[in-house]
Design a protein around this ligand. Structure first.
Ligand code: XLS
Ligand code: CA
Ligand code: CA
Length: 438
């Protein structure tokens, strides 16, 4: 079999002083941090769609990158060449996981029966390829947004026939996810929302999305899927409004419809910022609700209001993300680079530079987050900040052993409280700088 990335060596760790563009500066897979190796902390995954399929097409221009891998796009030979290229790519980078949509793996046929046959063929091929490697599936999903039938949604569509096509795709994508040993299964509701409320029965649509998810859980468990289902929140794009707006909204939805035992969040950094939140905020909301599952590792552009899916390079963001993740005890899923090269970065070398950047950014984030925790200044400050609840009336409030009247009497006796203490934001930001920049 031909080597696709011929001039690119296996990427090794060389340390921060290395200037080798094909070496890790921070990601040292076997280095132990807080009792686990970096590769255990950071199960990185390759997104099939960006890395092996996307060729730089945008709203204004054609492809700039050649992702044909020597075959004619739209054929099964091409689908297999993508598998070969993907496995060579992952092996060279030491990446152990991949994520896919059904239609990333094979060209979609007019008849769903033929698409399913192709999916059987390609998943056999991938399974064969996995043998003798440590590479596995992180999560699978069904693309229920690209085909015109999903113009009005998938679970939320007005057409019962289309709902059944969504069900058929979820069923098949679950089959393949289980076949490839996937840790999770994702629902990203790109068309689950509305363009105008004038034509929309919101309650009806949300109930149907929940119905589809219940069916998926029931079927998944029946074929032995033991992993987590994930909702990946995103507030908008492609729809004007999407029901899985952010983590808090999605968690509320899961609880409302009794899905919270089987589902967790897959938090994407760029989606967080589109919702007007930080990545850290979305991770914190998920973690405090016991819903932190997996991460789509990317970043947006602060000057652009859409989903740019850039490879992460911001170490402040990755440090705060890893701080949340370490505090939550890690992810049950992993770090999927739902990220794409910029359109002018169209060469095979650029694909490697992008992953080296992303992996190093999260590795450095992990190192710095662990230093923050070990340093203790931030955590000690927070502990101290709430210390008025350690005894006296504060303790009674925490233990729910007081009443509105007792609290009010307490206040009246005090006459006037002292100010609650400085938030010390600038001091803490200085501590963060001190740790990140040392
Ligand atoms: C799009 C989403 C999508 C999901 C999987 O914005 O990020 O790629 O991760 O369907
Ligand atoms: Ca995205
Ligand atoms: Ca994503």
């Amino acid at each position: 079999m031909s080597e696709f990335f011929k001039d690119i060596p296996e990427i090794k760790f060389e340390g921060k002083d290395s200037t080798n563009p094909f070496a890790f500066k921070y990601y040292d897979a076997k280095r132990v941090i807080m009792g686990k190796t970096m590769e255990e902390h950071l199960p990185f995954a390759m997104a099939w769609w960006h890395n092996l399929c996307a060729a730089g097409v945008d709203m204004f221009g054609q492809a700039t990158a050649d992702k044909s891998f020597g075959q004619t796009p739209g054929t099964m030979e091409h689908a297999k060449a993508k598998v070969d290229a993907g496995f060579e790519f992952m092996k060279k980078l030491g990446i152990k996981y991949f994520c896919f949509h059904d239609v990333d793996l094979v060209p979609e046929a007019d008849d769903i029966n033929e698409t399913n046959r192709r999916l059987d063929e390609i998943s056999d091929y991938i399974l064969e390829k996995m043998k003798g490697t440590e590479i596995k599936c992180l999560w699978g999903t069904a693309n229920m947004f690209g085909n015109p039938r999903f113009m009005n949604g998938a679970g939320s569509t007005n057409s019962a026939d289309v709902f059944c096509f969504a069900a058929a795709q979820v069923k098949k994508a679950l089959d393949i996810t289980v076949k490839l040993g996937g840790r999770g299964y994702v629902f990203w509701g790109g068309r689950e929302g509305y363009e105008t409320l004038l034509n929309t029965d919101m309650k009806f649509e949300q109930e149907n999305i929940a119905n589809l998810m219940h069916m998926a859980v029931e079927y998944g468990r029946s074929i032995g899927f033991k992993g987590d289902f994930y909702i990946e929140p995103k507030p908008k794009e492609p729809m004007k409004h999407q029901y899985d707006f952010d983590a808090a909204t999605a968690i509320g939805f899961l609880r409302q419809y009794g899905l919270d035992k089987d589902f967790k969040m897959n938090i994407e950094a760029n989606h967080a910022t589109l919702a007007g939140h930080s990545f850290q905020h979305e991770l914190r909301v998920s973690a405090i609700n016991g819903m932190l599952g997996s991460v789509d590792a990317n970043q947006g552009d602060p000057l652009l209001g859409w989903d740019t899916d850039e490879f992460p390079c911001n170490v402040y963001d990755s440090t705060m993300a890893m701080y949340e993740i370490l505090k939550a005890g890690g992810l049950t899923g992993g770090f999927n680079f739902d990220s794409k090269n910029r359109r002018p970065s169209y060469t095979f070398e650029d694909m490697f530079h992008a992953f080296i950047l992303g992996m190093d950014t999260f590795a450095l984030g992990l190192i710095k987050a662990a230093e923050m925790i070990e340093d203790g200044r931030v955590d000690n400050f927070i502990k101290e900040r709430y210390s008025s609840y350690n005894d006296g009336i504060g303790k009674k409030i925490r233990e729910k052993s007081t009443s509105l009247t007792e609290c009010a009497d307490y206040a009246c006796k005090l006459k006037k409280p002292e100010l609650p203490g400085s938030g010390r934001q600038e001091y803490l930001e200085g501590v963060l700088n001190n740790i990140i920049l040392r």
